[in-house]
Write a protein that binds this ligand. Structure first.
Ligand code: DC
Length: 233
């Protein structure tokens, strides 16, 4: 008999370690991992490349009418062990992680038409279950019936320090203050936007990733997964 498959939704603030945990779970269970933030980032990159967004303006109508020309997809890279993001068939995995994209993406993610397109695509990817999806609205909007919902938090300072350390290691020319400002601005936009603001679902388990290390966080989530899979089988 086939093992039962579930949907695992991991939401929370930026840089709480969502993607690290989501990837570990997907590898352990043989599930597909979907980084929905990458999809919003790819559209932000498209907007930047096509002069649709600048520091103080978004040509919203132009973006909305271009949405049918924007194809965001994923392709598994077996060397890396995870899927890379493609924008109109070009690998943009590195570009979408830049501070410039980070500075623009929340404004793009606040546009309802953008969300509608990506949520529909995400729901399609999850049709056969067996997925771990991370983002901001997965447990509330994309899969309100997900079998397991996790909501990850940590203080803005701790998250900024983590992000800064990662970027510094990669050789990015960036200051801690710039990263902190980006984290705080994104928190504000993500939690106050009208459409699908970042919100903990009532039935989500909350994990403060500042209190646990990666292994401890994984172990805790994995206990919940085992319970859910036992109930299902
Ligand atoms: O997880 P991330 O930092 O890569 O996400 C990039 C941005 O996209 C973030 O500012 C919020 C937005 N986002 C969203 O609105 N909904 C999602 N499901 C995922 C990300």
């Amino acid at each position: 008999m086939n093992k039962p498959k579930i949907i695992i939704a991991i939401d929370g603030y930026s840089s709480t370690g969502k993607s690290t945990i989501a990837k570990m779970i997907a590898n352990k269970l043989g599930y597909i991992y979907v980084d929905t933030g990458a999809m919003y980032r790819a559209i932000a990159l498209y907007a930047m490349q096509n002069e649709i967004i600048s520091e103080d303006i978004i040509y919203k109508k132009k973006l909305i009418s271009s949405l049918h020309d924007i194809d965001v997809s994923f392709k598994y890279n077996s060397d890396l062990g995870f899927s890379e993001t493609y924008l109109n068939r070009k690998n943009v995995e590195k570009e979408i992680r830049s501070i410039e994209v980070s500075n623009n993406v929340s404004r793009i993610a606040a546009i309802s038409e953008v969300r509608k397109k990506l949520v529909a695509q995400q729901q399609l990817i999850g049709l056969n279950k067996g997925i771990v999806m991370d983002g901001r609205d997965i447990g509330t909007v994309v899969f309100p019936n997900a079998e397991l919902k996790v909501f990850m938090t940590a203080s803005a300072h701790i998250r900024a320090q983590r992000r800064y350390d990662e970027m510094f290691k990669k050789g990015d020319d960036i200051t801690y203050e710039a990263v902190l400002e980006n984290v705080m601005t994104r928190d504000y936009i993500d939690t106050t936007r009208e459409d699908s603001p970042l919100l903990k679902a009532n039935d989500a388990i909350e994990i403060d990733s500042a209190e646990l290390n990666v292994e401890e966080t994984f172990d805790e989530v994995y206990q919940y997964i085992k319970q859910k899979l036992e109930v299902k089988s």
